[in-house]
Design a protein around this ligand. Structure first.
Ligand code: DX5
Ligand code: ZN
Length: 225
């Protein structure tokens, strides 16, 4: 299934509840929540209290992207706050595979994210235990950057391997995705797309979401190789 996950990093933080409702009504199935600690990435965003408050006003699926060091310290807090899916970074702790298993054992979905310099193959051993893999298409830390097109090769490598192994896996791309470049990601095998600026800065988010859905349908995995 193709899923669009608008990143609230590009939303108006003074009207977060309304903005989330707006993109849900516009057809988004997930909402992407970027948590940054100023250490793992050179920027800060928000933490559990904001997620908890949003949970009270929205039942949309919460896709929580943790860009924090030693994420194992806060997993229970994010689950309590309302996370449905927790993504940790491969580079953020010594043993990301155990942290991923720990998250899954608590009954929420789990993903591991890779920064641009980390090769896709590092995830092969743990893929059967992941719900999703996140291939960053920018250096994590800021919205509004340009998509790194060469990252689609990592998406392709993961999708090809997952298919060979008969695994069901969501593959998410995050960073600089627009209706124009989304096709490179879907053709390579991505099926979950994060978009911050492209959706929240648009005058008509519903048109952007509709166009993204259309592009994904027109450009399925395997085309354009
Ligand atoms: C970057 C974040 C992204 C970002 C995406 O570190 O993980 O989710 O908000 O925003 P755009 O779509 O504007 O690149
Ligand atoms: Zn993100």
């Amino acid at each position: 299934m193709f899923i669009i996950s608008p990143s609230v990093l590009a939303a108006d933080f003074a009207r977060l509840g309304e903005d989330v409702k707006k993109v849900k009504d516009a057809g988004a199935t997930y909402i992407h929540l970027d948590v940054m600690d100023g250490i793992f990435v050179p920027n800060m965003s928000f933490g559990m209290p904001v997620i908890e408050s949003l949970r009270k006003v929205s039942d949309i699926f919460f896709d929580v992207h943790l860009m924090i060091t030693e994420p194992q310290r806060y997993i229970d807090d994010f689950i309590r706050a309302g996370a449905d899916l927790i993504t940790i970074h491969y580079e953020s702790c010594d043993d990301p595979f155990s942290v991923a298993s720990m998250i899954r054992s608590k009954g929420v979905k789990v993903a591991i994210a890779l920064k641009p310099a980390t090769p896709a193959e590092v995830l092969f051993p743990i893929l059967p235990e992941l719900d999703m893999a996140l291939i960053m298409t920018v250096e994590p830390g800021f919205g509004g950057q340009k998509m790194m097109l060469d990252m689609v090769e990592k998406v392709r490598a993961l999708r090809t391997y997952a298919n060979e192994q008969g695994l069901t896996l969501d593959i998410q791309v995050d960073g600089g995705i627009t209706p124009d470049n989304l096709k490179y990601a879907t053709e390579a095998g991505a099926n979950v797309v994060v978009a911050g600026s492209a959706i929240f800065k648009a005058e008509h988010p519903e048109e952007v979401i509709a166009e993204m859905n259309r592009q994904a349908e027109l450009h399925p995995f395997g085309v354009g190789i």
